[in-house]
Design a protein around this ligand. Structure first.
Ligand code: G3H
Ligand code: 13P
Ligand code: ZN
Length: 326
């Protein structure tokens, strides 16, 4: 085994995290970040609730924040957590929706402890081949790899799909066996973003396809499953956005009780990005509307960060069950 670069950053890969999550029937939160305030809120909220955490960046976030800066931000976040917050929660740094081998390799080489290769929109054999190539590279450095089978409706970074292609449980064993992935993202009815379901008046959110999850679980006993597109789109924040000049009609997400059910089953990682975006936008809009003369970014980004931290504590405690497990 070559030297593990991520260990020098104080990070862990996801292997032990998922083993524990599976045994104790909770899910590890995977929160996306692009900037300092989000990262502070995530680490602060997870330290406070004593939850393990996966901090994840998409390729878009990597372009936005700069790969070198991200490396030091991750290192800084771990040190802040250990030294200032006196917390030793496990922290993994993960690439979300990696779309090429080169991007995954670059992240491994830049200290990520986990990467996702999302080749689920390719034909099956190409998905297998590309995923295996990433696994073969990443495992040399003990970096864990998440693959995906099935395509979520909506936008997956550059990829846009109109409709879900649900995961076919008949493929999961073969895929995991051939690729050697450490975890598998599946498509059971969630989608990315703040508009997950088109509901007619009076209609409620349809249940996720738990039958598919159960079938996958049967074929891969004890294997970590990942749920993308798992924001709940908290209606209080949508209402706040709309009240203070925003326009987010019909924004709707996955009900929390469905996420709780998934977390108790084989789902070991739950991806949340949109909820964090909504919270920050809601608070910033409110402050802009109520204090129009304010122009110090700390005066609106600070409260937005505080509210995001509260949301994270609440998710870990009331939805994922990861609080107290770090
Ligand atoms: O799955 C998508 C994540 O929410 C990342 O979104 O590509 O806009 O950074 P992004
Ligand atoms: P949401 O858009 O539901 O937050 O999903 C985030 C996600 O899956 C990141 O990979
Ligand atoms: Zn995703």
């Amino acid at each position: 085994m070559s030297q593990k670069l991520y260990e020098a950053l104080g990070l862990v890969n996801t292997r032990e995290m998922f083993k524990k999550a599976m045994a104790r029937k909770y899910a590890v939160p995977a929160y996306n970040f692009n900037n300092m305030e989000q990262l502070q809120a995530i680490i602060g909220g997870c330290a406070e609730s004593k939850s393990p955490v996966i901090i994840q960046v998409s390729s878009g976030a990597r372009k936005y924040a700069n790969q070198t800066l991200l490396y030091w931000m991750a290192k800084g976040a771990v040190e802040m957590c250990r030294q200032d917050l006196k917390s030793h929660i496990p922290i993994a740094l993960h690439l979300d929706h990696g779309d090429t081998f080169e991007l995954c390799r670059s992240c491994v080489d830049h200290g990520f402890s986990s990467v996702m290769i999302d080749a689920s929109h390719f034909p099956y054999d190409e998905n297998v081949a590309l995923t295996k190539k990433v696994v073969d590279y990443a495992h040399q450095f003990d970096v864990t790899v998440e693959g995906e089978l099935g395509v979520l409706a909506g936008i997956e970074d550059e990829v846009h799909a109109e409709k879900h292609t649900y995961t076919d449980p008949a493929q999961v064993q073969d895929f995991v066996g051939k690729t050697g992935v450490d975890s598998l993202a599946i498509s059971i009815g969630t989608s990315h973003g703040a508009y997950k379901f088109k509901l007619k008046p009076g209609e409620s959110v349809p249940p996720l396809r738990f039958d598919i999850l159960e079938e996958c679980e049967k074929r891969l006993p004890g294997f970590p499953i990942v749920l993308h597109g798992a924001s709940s789109v908290v209606q209080a924040y949508v209402a706040m956005i709309n009240k203070f000049g925003g326009k987010m009609d019909n924004a709707v997400g996955v009900p929390e009780e469905q996420l709780r059910r998934a977390a108790k089953a084989a789902v070991c990682k739950i991806n949340i990005d949109s909820d964090g975006r909504l919270v920050m936008t809601a608070i910033i809009r409110k402050i802009f509307a109520e204090q129009p003369s304010e122009f110090d970014p700390r005066k609106y980004l600070g409260p937005a960060r505080e509210e995001l931290k509260k949301l994270i504590v609440s998710k870990n405690t009331n939805v994922l069950g990861s609080a107290g497990q770090g």
